[in-house]
Design a protein around this ligand. Sequence first.
Ligand SMILES: [Zn+2]
Length: 126
Amino acid sequence: MDKMFIQEMQQKLEEERQSLTKELNTISSPDVGDHVPGERSANFPNYGDDALNEDSESPAEVSDYSVNVSVTGTLESQLNAVNAALKRIEDNAYGMCTNCGKEIASERLRANPSAETCMDCAKAHA
Ligand SMILES: [Zn+2]
């Protein structure tokens, strides 16, 4: 793998990690009640629309919460993929298919810097 290319991908991945983390922070919080480090739980919105009963869960809050839960899950798995790719850069294993060990085409990595498998394996998997 070309060193310049890897540097370029590393930069992309770091930018992606920042924006994913920022997005996650707006809809979820680190899951302190859980013993799995790094796990996050979706925020439960409180719009304070019921002054008489602050603990009420309005339908809007409940439905936004379920959106937060599903978006948190998606963002988390994207973030995990980005972190795994950055780890592979550290380990000098970046750009190698985790399935067959062949080099992943640079066009594929450019389109998706956290890709773990080559085109052939991705196709075989799908
Ligand atoms: Zn492969």
